[in-house]
Ligand binder design. Sequence first.
Ligand code: ADP
Ligand code: MG
Length: 292
Amino acid sequence: ATPTALLVGTGRGAQLGVLIKGPEMLESTRRVDTVVLDKTGTVTTGRMTLLEVIPGAGERRDETLRMAAALEAGSEHPVARAVVAGAAEVGELPPVTGFANVAGLGVSGTVDGRDVLLGRPRLLRERGLVVPDDLARAATDAQAAGRTAVLVGWAGRARAVLAVADQVKPTSREAVRRLRDLGLTPVLLTGDNATVAAAVAAEVGIDEVIAEVLPAEKVDVVSRLQAEGRVVAMVGDGVNDAAALAQADLGLAMGTGTDAAIEASDLTLVRDDLLAAVDAIRLARRTLGTIK
Ligand code: ADP
Ligand code: MG
């Protein structure tokens, strides 16, 4: 690579809203055939809204919401922000002790003397809480409607389902189409439930979906695709995505994402939409073309 060509690529990149960290990435870009897209915050806005609180039999809605929001006040996760914002009407939140974040699964802590768990059904079940049939069904129904459903529970069982929804970014579908036009295969990767992931994938036109992946496993998914002989670009935004972004042949971070994701990537997309990722890949290919 000649310094001049790189400079051109970098200058045009700045115009397009793409920050290129190093020249090393340009070489691998030409061979990329697969683009792994993180769901939350990358394909979707990541700004979630609490749509519904469904209390179990004999539970009081406001009580379950209050416990949930108190716990989520300690988390930065998009689900947590939605729950806290959605609980404004229940008044002051009680303090939490022993707060812990369980990566890719949820949160735990002690509120009003109770050990409370909130997150994926899997988290509550793993910790020995019973999920009553009516709540399990309510969670499944919410997921079928494309919503992320989390459970809050304490003292041996789940007490309510909280359904939150995210929105696909308006340009995501067009971006996926353009990736295909470039001969690239898009793959949706998420820690979220498989039903929700399938609904989002259908909405933007992605056929290959890898869901319910724990944060620590995202990097393994990228490695596995590479072991199959695929050359992988990954677009992500979360702390969860950092290792996978570093492992990918080309890592692209959303500029609105976390510092960890940005540091782990080759490229940072200043524009908050997926079309910037398409521009970045085209630009990198073109820049390489002028060098060769
Ligand atoms: P993604 O890969 O889509 O960015 P994450 O790996 O961050 O998702 O989270 C996966 C799932 O874990 C979420 O969809 C949610 O169900 C659950 N989860 C993680 N953190 C929290 C939290 N703080 N509160 C509630 N649920 C959570
Ligand atoms: Mg994300």
